[in-house]
Write a protein that binds this ligand. Sequence first.
Ligand code: F6P
Length: 533
Amino acid sequence: MKKTHMRELFAANPNRFREFFIEAAGIKLDFSKNLITAKTMKLLADLAEERRLTDAVNEMFRGEQINRSEQRPALHIALRNASERPIYVDGQDVMPEVRATLEKMELFTWKIRSTQWRGFSNLPFTDIVSIGIGGSFLGPKLVSAALKPYWNDTLNCHYVANIDGTHITEVLKHLDPETTLFLIQSKSFGTQETLENAKVARHWFMQNGGSEDTIGKHFVAITANVPSAIEFGIAEDNIFPMWDWVGGRYSLWSAIGLPTALAIGMDGFRALLSGAYAMDEHFRTAPIDQNLPIILALLGVWYSNFMDADSYAILPYDHYLRGLPAHLQQLDMESNGKRVTHNGDEVDYQTGPIIWGGAGANGQHAYHQLLHQGTRLAPADFIIPLHTHNPVANHHAILFANCLSQTQALMQGKTLSEAKQELIAAGMSAREADALAPHKVIPGNKPSNTVLFERATPRTIGALIAMYEHKVFVQGALWDINSFDQWGVELGKQLGNEILRKLVSAPAREQSSPTLDASTQGLVDLYLGRDKH
Ligand code: F6P
């Protein structure tokens, strides 16, 4: 296939678009602009079968401990299971707990949105501040931004994640403690960034009219670690549960999605879950060659493992979806950035790609140059709704045309003779055209998928995100890696604590530490000596 050009494939097969187009759960996928034939897809499907993918899918849906290094199931699918099917963890059906939590969310969102639950001075809430990081931040932030047209006009939704004090300072600066509700979002309730920001929020509240008696009206937690949330000062009734069997980056469907539910209402949140459920059912039941997440996963494997692509671009042509690359970065890279198999053997093939991207069409005036003429192969997903929520002038048609022209240009490119002819037609001499034409050559043959849906509704956004979750799962299964742990992030946390002690404890200032390498020690010294310069 490396010797084949997609131009030829399109020329040879007028049915190519129809043959490589599928639709499920409201998501349409045109994957015809990939360097594949029916035979390629058949061989990739064989690979999936050889890797016993169907067994892996069934294991996940049955609640088996597929996160083997942490001995846990990965059951985000239970959070949106709209069927009567029970899902067991350690012999216990988790569905009653899931439903009870949704009901608790429903009551809470109703109380806040109907202004029954008010702040300490009896004013209704105007602002929600979600404090969390990683999966306790990116997913809810993405979804609430994606569904902005559905927001309640009277409630504003803010997010604080970074331990850079600028983040919380800038958010709190414009808020009134009397009308601000804080959601402390942390599965572990042990994440340094979140706890430190939560303390700052509590202090700000106390300094500005709040009290121990009224904190219960303004602080709510979402966590699997209830004792630590209580110790922090959150009333037990104000704690929404999470469970060990939900990974952080898969948690936007749980009570971690509370900021979204507050912003768009519980009906909207349930519609989001129903979209994800529709994708789950498609994923669980459709044959490999008609299975949207599996096809996406196989194409990713094709480029990573057979064509040496290192990265994968996510290009949403929808302003509301501009947070999608950041969410998928965590989803994909924290899940599949792994180097050993389930058994602990080092892999001798590439695993998860580097995910990057940004809002189309802005990227066309920035990094698309490398996609068109650079030396690296970076497959891309172009994601666009057929209808916009904001039909301004001719904007959506222009946006759509931009999206399509990019995938077309990536696929077909421009040959040397086409470039020369164009220059000569524009009045250039043959000599000048010869000199300039090589710079204008665009090799083409660059793969892309076009992912479409009617409109960015709660349901389609639910289906879209679930589609990517399952894509990541399939790739993890093919690579025989654990997509549900993240031990790699721990070393930085450990070392960070050690360095922090050196930065803040006075005696350490006097002496250098034998445990630090020279570079880190030098940088610590710069920090400790910063006032002197
Ligand atoms: O450090 C990575 C991580 O563990 C993510 O997997 C997780 O989403 C994030 O930190 C936040 O964790 P928590 O919800 O426990 O605060």
